[in-house]
Structures are given as structure tokens and as C-alpha cells.
Ligand binder design. Structure first.
Ligand code: SF4
Length: 322
């Protein structure tokens, strides 16, 4: 999701282009007012990613976003629940073949909706109620999300709903926090669900630049073998056998690999005794010895260089793979 003011068309377009460059495949913008909804028209013409309009409270903003060319809508049933208003949105979306995501958030469930029920059943019941409403309006281009800050609540809500409905599920842990903790929370929640075969799209929410969110999303997908993009760095944790500063070296290699988008597995290991064998799955690797660096491929040493040249020698081998 962009973090610019959607009414600032240039800033929003620039951020979406950054997101596209870092691998984002679908982008959502906040639509807090009519001016933001109208801005979608110019934004959509300047980008190539599908653009989803995030709508709360006012159904007229959904209609304006559709009119302006949004490729998708996210509606929060916690704050748009008038049937006639939803009917107008569904009619306009159906006419254009635009999908609607029913985006339930645990934090914005209406207080009078099943107030005594557990939060998971309230979330699931709200989704099902909205699905029934949209289906009764002859609308079936539906996606669903049920996000919560609490990871077990989110996992349970998706597991329950996945057994009840056949619509695509968009996964996320909402308001996950700063990058370090938020990445872990998102990886646990989204990762468990994806591993169970639940989920069709994902969004990582972090208090950070949105490219950080895309980076974490890819790491989740890569670690489950669901997508490959860019390098995977295998680096040893270091131990008493390490003969160089493995942490600094791994950080330098990671920095050098930032612009690489081709999937490649690169290892940085702290000793020649165990390094190549421990990282035998890596395409290319460096194992450091006393004043020397051994370059290896698939666990076999192919070249030995003086220690001070080892980073450059590793990069030369990597470039051969790209
Ligand atoms: S590769 Fe060597 S230095 Fe790194 S953790 Fe293994 S044994 Fe220790």
C-alpha cells in the first residue's frame, strides 16, 4: 500500500514506480476523500501495476474510484454496511468487471455486531454476511481478508473461513509494527497459512517504506519455495572457528547483491573446514580461511584467492551466473 497522500499524484506515482521496481505486483492506495478518488484517474494512467482503491465509511468514494478507473476495491464491512449503498457499488463494479475485496479488520468490527461472540467468529460471520449480500446482488468477483494484529487470531480466522468459502483469500497481519518485529510477526502468520495451502495474495504491513514490505513478502514466499526472485544469501552464524568477520562480510555481499533480481543462492561461510559442505546447496559461495578465501560452487572449491581479494572474486563468480 502506498504511504503518500493519494491526492499528491506525482508523489504517489513515484512511489508506485519504486514499488514496481522492487517487485510489487498489485498496489493499493488510500481514498480518504473525493479528491483522492479522482486522482486515481491520473495515477492509473501513469503506472502499470493494478491499482486497488481502499475505501472506508463513504460508498460514494467507491463509486468515484470505479469511475476514475480503479482495478479493484477494498471495502471495510465494519464501516460500510448500508445495503442500498453496497448495491450501488456492486452494480458499478459488476458493470466494469472490477473485483471487490471484503476486508474485515478485527479492530474495526462494529461494536453491536455479535458483541458477545469470540472475535474469530465475529470476523468470519461478518465476512459471510457480506458475501451473502454481494451474492444476492448477483456479484461474485469477491476476495476476502480477515486481518488482525494478533497472529493466532488471524491464523484461526483464515483457517475457519477457508473451510467455508471458495473465494480467493488475501492474507496479512495488520499493523504488524516496525520492520524487525513486524517481519517476524508477518512471517509467522502469513507463513503458517501459506504452508497450509491457504491464501492467494499477501500484503506485509510495516511501519516502514513500502518496499520493505515487498522485500519481506518475497522473503516469506522464497523461504516456502513459492516464488523465487533475487538472491538468497546463505551465511553462517559464525562461531569460534571463524577466521574472518563473517557478519561484516555477509553484509557487504548482501549490499553488492541488492540490485540483482535473478534468483541465485550465494553463501558466505566463516571457515574452509565446514563452510563449503554446510552450504552445498548454494550456487556460488565463499569460505574464508587464514588469509585466504575459497570460492566454491555447489559445495566444491573451484578457486582460492588471497583474503583481501575474496569479496571481488566472489562477485566475479556471481556475475558469471547472472
Ligand atoms: S562455517 Fe565454520 S565458522 Fe561458520 S559456523 Fe560453520 S564452523 Fe563456524
Amino acid at each position: 500500500m502506498t504511504k503518500t497522500d493519494t491526492r499528491d499524484i506525482q508523489a504517489t506515482v513515484n512511489q508506485i514506480k519504486e514499488l514496481e521496481d522492487c517487485g510489487c505486483e498489485i498496489v493499493r492506495v488510500a481514498v480518504p476523500d473525493k479528491e483522492a478518488a479522482n486522482a486515481i484517474s491520473a495515477i492509473a494512467k501513469s503506472i502499470s501495476l493494478p491499482l486497488v482503491a481502499d475505501i472506508h465509511f463513504d460508498h460514494r468514494l467507491a463509486l468515484a474510484a470505479l469511475q476514475a478507473g480503479a482495478d479493484g476495491l477494498r471495502l471495510n464491512p465494519g464501516n460500510i454496511h448500508d445495503k442500498e449503498q453496497i448495491a450501488k457499488i456492486a452494480a458499478a463494479a459488476r458493470e466494469r468487471g472490477i473485483p471487490i475485496r471484503i476486508g474485515v479488520n478485527a479492530g474495526s468490527l462494529p461494536p453491536d455486531f455479535e458483541p458477545h461472540a469470540p472475535v474469530v467468529s465475529r470476523m468470519v460471520d461478518m465476512v459471510q454476511e457480506q458475501i451473502r449480500l454481494l451474492e444476492s446482488l448477483d456479484f461474485s468477483l469477491i476476495k476476502v481478508s480477515l486481518k488482525a494484529f494478533d497472529v493466532p487470531t488471524t491464523i484461526q480466522a483464515y483457517q475457519v473461513v477457508a473451510d467455508k468459502i471458495a473465494y480467493p483469500l488475501h492474507l496479512g497481519i495488520t499493523e504488524a509494527g516496525l520492520p524487525r518485529t513486524g517481519a517476524v510477526r508477518s512471517a509467522v502468520g502469513i507463513g503458517i497459512l501459506l504452508y497450509q495451502g491457504i491464501g492467494d495474495t499477501i500484503r506485509v504491513s510495516l511501519s516502514a517504506h513500502p518496499c520493505e514490505e515487498v522485500f519481506v513478502a518475497y522473503e516469506i514466499l522464497k523461504s516456502l519455495g513459492l516464488r523465487q526472485r533475487g538472491p538468497t544469501l546463505v551465511s553462517c552464524p559464525s562461531c569460534g572457528r571463524a577466521e574472518v568477520d563473517v557478519i561484516s562480510l555477509a553484509e557487504s555481499v548482501s549490499k553488492h547483491l541488492e540490485a540483482v533480481t535473478k534468483p541465485i543462492r550465494v553463501a558466505v561461510m566463516g571457515c574452509v573446514v565446514n563452510g563449503p559442505g554446510e552450504a552445498r546447496d548454494a550456487d556460488v559461495g565463499l569460505a574464508c580461511g587464514k588469509g585466504k578465501g575459497a570460492i566454491f560452487r555447489k559445495g566444491k572449491v573451484v578457486k582460492t584467492v588471497p583474503g583481501e581479494n575474496s569479496l571481488e572474486a566472489l562477485m566475479t563468480e556471481i556475475r558469471k551466473e547472472l
